[in-house]
Write a protein that binds this ligand. Structure first.
Ligand code: 13P
Length: 271
C-alpha cells in the first residue's frame, strides 16, 4: 500500500519539476462554491467570471459540486482555470452508494480536490484519519489535495489553536512523502471566520500559516516547507485579499461566498 503511494503519475512528476524550477511559490486563488449552483447556473457563472480574470501569474481554481464538474470543465476549456472537487472517497470503486472515486474525478478533468473542509468534519463527521486516507488516495491518482485545517473560536480562546492544527496537519499528512508534500496545498480556515464576514487579520492569518510551514519543516525539511502552498480561507473578499496576499507565508486563498460573485475577479486581479 505504502509503495503504491510513492509512485507518481506523469502529471504529478511534471508539476514537481515545474515547482522545482520556480524559486518562489506562485499564488493559488481558489474558490469553494460549497452546495451552490445547479449545473446550468454554474456555466452561467463561469461565463460571467471568465472575462474578469486578468492575472496570468496566479493559479485560478474553482471547487465545484460534483454534479457541476463536467459542464464546468467544458466551460473552462481553452483557459488556465483548474477545477477542484469538494470531496472524494478513498476507495477505488465498488459498493459505496453516493460516493465519488478519485478515478472518476481524474477522468472528468479535475486537478485538485478539497479535503477535510470544516463543514465536512462537522456535519459529516470526517476524522483526520479519513482525511489522511483521502489525501494518500488523491496523490496516488495525481490529484492535488487542498487539505483544510482550522480551529474553532472556543479552541482559539483556550489557547490550543496550534496544537489542534498541528494534529490536523500531522495526521492528515501521515505517510505522505516529502515529494508529495511539496505539491500539496494546505488551507488554513479558522472556523470562526468562515461565512461570518469576520476574516482573520492578515497578521493573525500569517501567524498561523507561518507556524504550519514550520510544522512541515519539522515533519520533512525546509525545502519541502518552502515548496508547499498554504492558503488562507474565511471571509476573504475583494477588500481584504491583497492585504492577506502580501504576507510571506500566505500563498493565496480559498474563498467561499466571494467565489460566487464578480468579487472573485477582483480577488484574482489583486495587483
Ligand atoms: P467564506 O469565504 O464564505 O467565509 O468561506 C470560506 C470557506 O469555507 C472556503 O472553503
Amino acid at each position: 500500500m505504502i509503495g503504491k503511494n510513492l509512485t507518481f503519475g506523469k502529471s504529478e512528476e511534471k508539476l514537481l519539476r515545474e515547482k522545482d524550477r520556480s524559486m518562489t511559490r506562485n499564488k493559488i486563488i481558489a474558490g469553494n462554491w460549497k452546495m451552490n449552483m445547479t449545473p446550468s447556473e454554474a456555466v452561467t457563472l463561469l461565463e460571467t467570471l471568465k472575462p474578469l480574470l486578468h492575472n496570468d501569474e496566479v493559479e485560478v481554481v474553482f471547487g465545484v459540486p460534483a454534479i457541476d464538474i463536467i459542464p464546468v470543465v467544458e466551460a473552462c476549456k481553452g483557459t488556465n482555470i483548474k477545477i477542484a472537487a469538494e470531496n472524494m472517497y478513498f476507495e477505488e470503486k465498488g459498493a459505496y452508494t453516493g460516493e465519488i472515486s478519485p478515478g472518476m474525478l481524474v477522468d472528468a478533468g479535475v486537478r485538485y480536490v478539497i479535503l477535510g473542509h470544516s463543514e465536512r468534519r462537522t456535519y459529516f463527521h470526517e476524522t483526520d484519519e479519513d482525511i489522511n486516507k483521502k489525501v494518500l488516495k488523491a496523490f496516488e491518482h495525481g490529484l492535488i489535495p487542498i487539505m483544510c485545517c482550522g480551529e474553532s473560536l472556543k479552541q482559539r480562546k483556550q489557547g490550543i489553536t496550534m496544537d489542534w492544527i498541528r494534529q490536523q496537519v500531522k495526521v492528515g499528512l501521515q505517510n505522505v512523502t516529502a515529494d508529495q508534500a511539496k505539491i500539496a496545498v494546505i488551507a488554513y480556515e479558522p472556523i470562526w471566520a468562515i461565512g461570518t464576514g469576520i476574516a482573520a487579520t492578515n497578521v493573525q492569518a500569517e501567524e498561523i500559516c507561518k507556524e504550519i510551514r514550520e510544522c512541515i519543516a519539522e515533519m520533512y525539511d525546509t525545502n519541502t516547507a518552502q515548496k508547499i502552498h498554504i492558503l488562507y480561507g474565511g471571509s476573504v473578499n475583494a477588500d481584504n485579499a491583497a492585504g492577506l496576499f502580501i504576507m510571506e507565508d500566505i500563498d493565496g486563498c480559498l474563498a467561499g461566498g466571494a467565489s460566487l460573485k464578480q468579487d472573485f475577479g477582483k480577488i484574482v486581479n489583486y495587483k
